[in-house]
Ligand binder design. Structure first.
Ligand SMILES: Cc1cc2nc3c(=O)[nH]c(=O)nc-3n(C[C@H](O)[C@H](O)[C@H](O)COP(=O)(O)OP(=O)(O)OC[C@H]3O[C@@H](n4cnc5c(N)ncnc54)[C@H](O)[C@@H]3O)c2cc1C
Length: 482
């Protein structure tokens, strides 16, 4: 395939500029952040240790006594004792279950887990979320706040989630709309945009969210969403619909389109949806969404992501004997991301593009395309997760890009699934952040065109389809969802 030389050249130039400006010096040795990095390093070095660490993190919130914590530490890490550094092995051997030492160990363990969670979770209540937002705005970073907790089990929980979203909108609006204006993040190419931005997971709003009954699910979810959308519109807040696992995708799209076609919301542009490039369906979904938005007559935003459930989708489809809905090679998802980037930029009249990624290659490609299309400043947006890739965020701000940070807040217990997903993402073999910040893979390699990588791959495998065996991290991901 012939690559578009101008696009590739500019992508490389922008990518190299970002790499050159990134401050890659790690945290001060022995600071708390340095210890966090050591824990991540340890888990990355060995898949078995990583699996136990994530299983332990997942179970920790349910352990009520110090003795239970110490016992689980011993059981989980005892299984991988031989793979641990000598100091950890010694600690494990000497670990007392009871008494003051056992209690102290349990306290340190809880403290460390909370610290790790705080890296990715902005706070456990609205005032803490407001403080996090204030700090981000001071760095010229925009935000979208997400309420932690997924897969609501009861209707009481669903109603609670609705009430919390409503409180979030009013709590944030009051505080954030009083903050000083920041032109980089409070305006797009057409004028002022909503400062307050929230992200909603539809499965939180209905305990029986069921793709087998999309119309019934849509009816109930829309009845819970309407007050949220009304409150948001009244407060001039933006609402984004997150995308969850594949089995919920069509119902999520249906609800998005149905509610935003209702007369009271039809002319509202401060809404968007996340679309996952790792899905083979993604191109067809984007065409459908574009046609719907054109009929609606008011554009919506699309947050283009690669997708957070790759291990889960792969394992579940294999277990059930269904076709795997996601691409099987990393370069395929990266290449799809670039194809869909082009589609969004070319259809921005109906689908306004937000590129959510920490991958400098994916972002440099989007920025290069936008530049070659002569898009005005502010026409596109870049989004990243709270606690991840901060040096890249700061560089993009210095390059005058609007960067929005996806900022989860909520109690740690419902937040553990989110935390484990972020830990898996950061420590996955294929992760861009791991390759660049931990393994220091050279920039030239990280900036390679994924289509070109795919051609090399086909030559190397002689065109054969390579099957990916489920990894330990995939298994642990499936357990998280079970
Ligand atoms: C602001 C923001 C909002 C987000 N919202 C959502 C959301 O609503 N729904 C959602 O699902 N995700 C969401 N995500 C997460 C996102 O989907 C990615 O998991 C994450 O951003 C990592 O992708 P990357 O481009 O940053 O990193 P990269 O390291 O370049 O890419 C990692 C991604 O590549 C894909 N991948 C990994 N291995 C393979 C393989 N073997 N074959 C094929 N593909 C592979 C996976 O999607 C994996 O997450 C969001 C991310 C951001 C930044």
């Amino acid at each position: 395939m012939v690559f578009d030389a101008a696009v590739e050249e500019l992508t490389q130039r922008i990518g190299k500029e970002i790499f050159a400006r990134v401050d890659n010096t790690g945290p001060f040795p022995f600071s708390p952040a340095w210890w966090d990095d050591r824990i991540m390093d340890l888990s990355m070095r060995d898949e078995a240790v990583k699996l136990q660490m994530f299983r332990f993190t997942d179970v920790l919130p349910q352990l009520e006594t110090p003795a239970a914590i110490v016992q689980h530490l011993r059981e989980y890490f005892g299984e991988v004792r031989d793979r641990l550094p000598w100091l950890a092995r010694l600690g494990l051997r000497l670990l007392p279950t009871h008494g003051p030492l056992g209690a102290a160990m349990a306290e340190v363990t809880r403290w460390s887990a909370r610290r790790l969670a705080r890296k990715f979770i902005a706070g456990s209540n609205i005032p803490e979320a407001v403080e996090a937002v204030r700090r981000m705005r001071a760095r010229s970073l925009a935000f979208t706040v997400d309420l932690l907790g997924e897969a609501t089990i009861t209707e009481v929980e669903a109603e609670q989630a609705q009430a919390e979203y409503l409180q979030l909108i009013s709590g944030l609006s009051e505080a954030v709309n009083a903050m000083p204006v920041n032109r980089l993040i409070d305006f797009d190419d057409a004028g002022p945009i909503s400062r307050v931005n929230i992200s909603v997971k539809l499965s939180a709003l209905y305990s029986q969210f069921d793709p087998i009954d999309p119309d019934g699910t849509s009816r109930i979810v829309r009845s819970r969403l309407r007050p949220i959308l009304r409150a948001a519109r009244q407060a001039n807040a933006f609402v984004n619909f997150d995308m969850e696992q594949y089995s919920f995708k069509d119902t999520t799209l249906q609800i998005f389109e149905e509610i935003l076609s209702e007369p009271e919301f039809r002319d509202w542009s401060q809404v968007g949806i996340a679309i996952q490039a790792y899905l083979r369906d993604c191109g067809a979904d984007l065409v459908r969404l574009r046609d719907w938005a054109a009929r609606r007559g008011t554009p919506v935003w699309v947050r283009l992501v690669k997708g957070a459930y790759w291990d889960y989708e792969t394992i579940m489809a294999k277990q059930l004997g269904w076709p795997i809905p996601v691409w099987s090679h990393k370069w395929e998802s990266d290449a799809a991301y670039e194809r869909h980037t082009v589609f969004l930029l070319e259809n921005r009249q109906h689908l306004k593009p937000a590129f959510a990624s920490h991958n400098i290659r994916s972002l440099a490609h989007a920025l290069a395309r936008a530049k070659l299309l002569h898009l005005p400043p502010g026409a596109i947006e870049i989004q990243m997760l709270y606690g991840m890739a901060d040096p890249i965020k700061d560089v993009l701000v210095r390059m005058k890009q609007r960067v929005r940070v996806y900022t989860p807040y909520g109690e740690l217990l419902p937040g553990m699934a989110y935390l484990v997903r972020r830990l898996l993402e950061n420590t996955a073999n294929e992760s861009f952040l791991r390759a660049s910040f931990t393994e220091h893979v050279p920039a030239e390699q990280l900036l390679r065109n994924p289509v070109e990588l795919g051609q090399h791959h086909r030559v190397a495998t002689n065109g054969a389809v390579v099957s990916i065996a489920p990894t330990d991290s995939a298994r642990s991901r499936a357990e998280v969802h079970a």
